[in-house]
Design a binder for this molecule. Structure first.
Ligand SMILES: Cc1cc2nc3c(=O)[nH]c(=O)nc-3n(C[C@H](O)[C@H](O)[C@H](O)COP(=O)(O)OP(=O)(O)OC[C@H]3O[C@@H](n4cnc5c(N)ncnc54)[C@H](O)[C@@H]3O)c2cc1C
Length: 439
């Protein structure tokens, strides 16, 4: 049969490429031990097709980590992998954890370094990672890579027990056939509007439900009038996400103020919870503790000392050294203290309000940045509709890997970690299914 493969992988991102590696490496191993037993047939008949709509594989890797590619992280915890089935996400990650990811990088010839646990290629160039994957994939004789091929349709034919995968390439429609398919098409994040989401469509056609996809690891927008004055300010803060009055997430780190709201790693980390709450039309705000190293009591006494020793200074001058000079006037206004009022005129009640403003500055959030500015898509194919090897429970032979699955990592290399781990799980799943077929 023309265009008949053992496996077709749709999407050559980190997930699809890792899946291809583990399918093809398996073949290599079987080759080393030729025998007439069933697994050898899997080897000889074996051919994998990797289809990518872009003109090269792994393009998105180039923009990761600001062009440096944060490959993984040495600090791993279950809560860094968010999903409606978080336990299952974690157990799949554990089958291919950060140590194994680092071993894969070494095998690909990528020297890595870690900065406080955050792992990058040694030369800080994301292109190294993309190219290493590409070269390694090209070294497998059983793997065909076709770029510029967008998969438009996926159909299961029960009579032939094959999937038909229809692609469009420069106006030409082609069909490819295989008993196993891996959907690794990523999500909507970081791609131009309207360009992503094919994998979600294929999943729906195969009978899967979807945890509603939404942008995650994104910035939050506020209508607060003072933001224009704060654009560009960076400060350390402990940020608590409030949904109504309930504190749902807290993290400490650098906050970047922009003319539309707040951004930065710490904001990215909590954004998925804010996005969901906004979608549910709940009231969302963040409470910023702008001096997390001091307790309220310590700050109260420090400000009293400042007042007593330096009462000749006005508010902004008194706060100079504690807060960014552009933040101080905003905080003073929040505490209802006039900017030109000398510190010596502050009473204890003024100082108490100031402490509250510094350690519990409330910013009302009304929106979030969209997919184009987000780093990942939350939601996707529910894990409870997939086996531990990420095979569809509705349509055996159909696998999913990477961002298309309902798992989104927090900031710090966790999304690539998930892409590699889920890619390996699906690749191994395909290999086992093909071996079963050969028995
Ligand atoms: C700006 C930015 C920075 C990031 N930085 C980091 C970071 O430093 N560390 C980290 O861990 N994560 C980072 N991420 C997230 C990470 O890049 C993704 O989570 C990861 O790439 C997902 O891998 P994937 O293989 O599932 O999907 P993708 O990387 O999106 O790959 C999917 C592939 O499928 C192809 N495709 C889609 N539809 C079709 C179709 N119909 N037919 C054929 N091909 C198709 C796409 O062209 C694409 O090549 C970042 C994301 C962005 C946007």
């Amino acid at each position: 049969m023309k265009n008949r493969y053992d496996t077709i992988i749709v999407g050559a991102g980190p997930a699809g490429m890792t899946a291809a590696i583990y399918i093809e490496e398996g073949r290599g191993k079987w080759k080393e031990k030729p025998s007439h037993s069933s697994p050898a047939r899997y080897n000889r008949a074996g051919r994998t097709l990797l289809l990518e709509k872009d003109d090269r594989v792994g393009r998105k890797i180039l923009v990761t980590g600001n062009g440096r590619c944060n490959i993984t992280n040495l600090d791993q915890k279950p809560e860094y992998y968010r999903s409606d089935a978080p336990g299952k996400a974690w157990s799949i990650f554990l089958q291919f954890n950060e140590t194994q990811i680092l071993a894969l990088m070494k095998k690909l010839g990528i020297l890595t370094k870690d900065r406080q646990g955050y792992v990058y290629p040694y030369n800080d160039q994301a292109s190294t990672v993309r190219e290493a994957f590409e070269k390694y994939l090209q070294s497998f004789p059983g793997l065909s890579i076709r770029t510029g091929h967008r998969v438009k349709r996926l159909k299961w034919d029960p009579a032939s027990k094959l999937f038909e995968v229809k692609t469009a390439s420069e106006g030409e429609i082609q069909s490819f056939f295989a008993p196993t398919v891996i959907i690794a098409t990523g999500g909507f994040a970081g791609v131009p509007a309207g360009a992503g989401g094919d994998g979600f469509r294929f999943a729906g056609k195969a009978g899967h439900s979807l945890v509603p996809p939404e942008p995650a690891l994104t910035s939050l927008c506020s209508r607060a009038p003072f933001l224009k004055k704060l654009a560009g300010v960076r400060c350390r803060a402990a940020v608590t996400l409030l949904v109504g009055d309930e504190a749902v997430y807290k993290e400490e780190g650098e906050v970047q103020w922009t003319d539309y709201g707040i951004s930065g790693v710490v904001v990215f980390s909590l954004s998925r919870f804010a996005v969901r709450a906004l979608k549910e039309k709940k009231q969302v705000s963040v409470s910023l503790d702008l001096m997390p190293d001091l307790s309220k009591n310590q700050l109260f006494h420090l400000l009293k000392e400042f007042r007593d020793n330096c009462g000749y200074k006005d508010g902004p001058a008194l706060l100079n050294g504690l807060l960014s000079s552009r933040l101080s006037p905003v905080i003073l206004r929040e505490a209802r203290i006039k900017e030109n009022c000398k510190g010596g005129d502050w009473n204890d009640e003024d100082i108490r309000r100031l402490v509250e403003a510094v350690k519990g500055f409330i910013l009302r959030i009304h929106d979030h940045k969209s997919y184009e500015k987000a780093q990942v898509t939350m939601g996707g194919v529910p894990l409870d509709e997939l086996t531990d090897r990420l095979e569809s429970v509705f349509l055996p032979g159909l696998f999913f890997a990477g961002e298309v699955v309902d798992v989104d990592g927090t900031c710090g290399g966790y999304n690539l970690s998930w892409a590699f781990a889920s890619g390996k799980a699906a690749g191994m799943g395909v290999k086992h299914r093909l071996m079963d077929h050969c028995k």
